[in-house]
Ligand binder design. Structure first.
Ligand SMILES: [Zn+2]
Length: 382
């Protein structure tokens, strides 16, 4: 396996519909629907969605049975009732929202929550279906990647775990699926979903759980039972930069994927690893993130790309536009289209500044990353 891109562009699907950004978690919540709208606008302004190898498809909400591929029936009912403003189940039991992860600042109950969140799940599931049927080579469900949701509770801005739902559906079709999560936060919900099976390999690179939500994802968490060795965690220190991150990725991910030989790679492309992200402390730039997208492009036989975190509104649309450029084999001019600039400011698609990390910190972090990677490789016999 290598990192060279193929010369014929993939048949790429971009999954979007305005209903994805019509309702959100509330005005002061970091997961702003505008992240999605702006990404869509930037891709359109570049003409990226009109390329001959690109199709734009509007997803449908996941059905209750589809959500139940991962979630408990009780939880699905609870989300629907809370979304409608109710407080009682059909069997007249009072719902305590806190018991299901709701009502906190992270996971408020909001109008049309059930419709909006099941649409995100439906988007990733449709991407999986289009890949399995051979209708495309890569599908980008940029509204998905909600990796913290658990089977019976909401967590970390995530109501329905679209990666787990899409992966379970593909496993049910007999496919081997590798899930690689490069969001700055540990992909805890997806890992939990497949922790005891060898049918799905989950790999998460993230900022060390001792310094960031959700506080999990340590090197020695490797799966259990039949799944032992099929969960891989690479917890990285704050201030990990492009070079250190990409070095760690290349030491660990390609050899693991080569050994597992998946039919489909599902990538969670959270871009909250960016140095300007307000919720975390990593130090990647769009150049480092683009190198990651290119690595997935080279590694994934069939590629289901999901969105994820990313909370700087100036960064997220640029990073995901670069991601879709890699997926669909398009290179965009560095100067942002005028219509987009006029609306949102900014000048360049790619970062022109570097995170201000001093040499001492850079070397200390690099040394730490080398220690972590050595232990990951030891634990997983690489
Ligand atoms: Zn995140």
């Amino acid at each position: 396996m290598n990192f060279e891109s193929s010369t014929t562009p993939r048949r790429a699907v971009f999954l979007t519909t305005p209903a994805l950004w019509e309702h959100g978690h509330g005005k002061n919540h970091p997961l702003k629907p505008e992240r999605l709208r702006r990404t869509c606008e930037l891709l359109e302004a570049y003409g990226a969605l009109a390329a001959p190898n690109v199709r734009v498809i509007a997803p449908q909400p996941a059905t209750e049975d589809e959500l139940a591929l991962f979630h408990s029936r009780t939880y699905i009912e609870v989300v629907r009732i809370l979304s409608e403003g109710g407080a009682w189940t059909e069997t007249r039991e009072y719902i305590n929202p806190m018991r299901y992860g709701f009502g906190s600042g992270d996971n408020p109950i909001f109008p049309e929550m059930y419709e909006t969140e099941s649409l995100k799940a439906g988007s990733s599931l449709l991407g999986a279906r289009l890949l399995v049927s051979g209708d495309c080579d890569v599908a980008f469900s940029y509204a998905g990647g909600l990796h913290h949701a658990m089977a019976s509770y909401a967590s970390g801005f995530c109501v329905f775990n679209d990666p787990a739902i899409a992966i379970q559906w593909m496993v049910d079709q007999g496919l081997r699926v590798a899930y690689v999560d490069v969001d700055v936060h540990h992909g805890d919900g997806v890992e939990a979903a497949f922790y005891d099976t060898d049918r799905v390999l989950t790999i998460s690179l993230h900022q060390d759980g001792r310094t960031l939500f959700p506080g999990t994802g340590f090197i020695h968490d490797i799966g259990s039972g039949a799944g032992e060795g099929y969960a891989v965690n690479v917890p990285l220190p704050p201030y990990t930069d492009n070079d250190a991150y990409l070095w760690a990725f290349r030491e660990v991910v390609p050899p693991l994927l080569e050994r597992f030989a998946p039919d489909v790679v599902v990538s969670q492309l959270g871009v909250d690893t960016h140095y300007q992200d307000p919720l975390a402390h990593m130090a990647l730039t769009t150049a480092g993130q683009t190198a990651l997208f290119e690595a997935f492009d080279a590694l994934a036989p069939r590629w289901l790309a999901l969105g994820g975190g990313g909370y700087n509104l100036d960064v997220v649309p640029r990073s995901w536009t670069l991601a879709f450029g890699v997926m669909s084999g398009q290179t965009f001019p560095d100067e942002l289209p005028e219509s987009y600039r006029t609306r949102y400011g900014g000048q360049w698609l790619r970062d022109h500044e570097e995170p201000g990390i001093d040499d001492f910190t850079r070397q200390r972090v690099r040394h730490k990353v080398e220690e972590i990677v050595a232990e990951v490789k030891r634990v997983h016999h690489l």
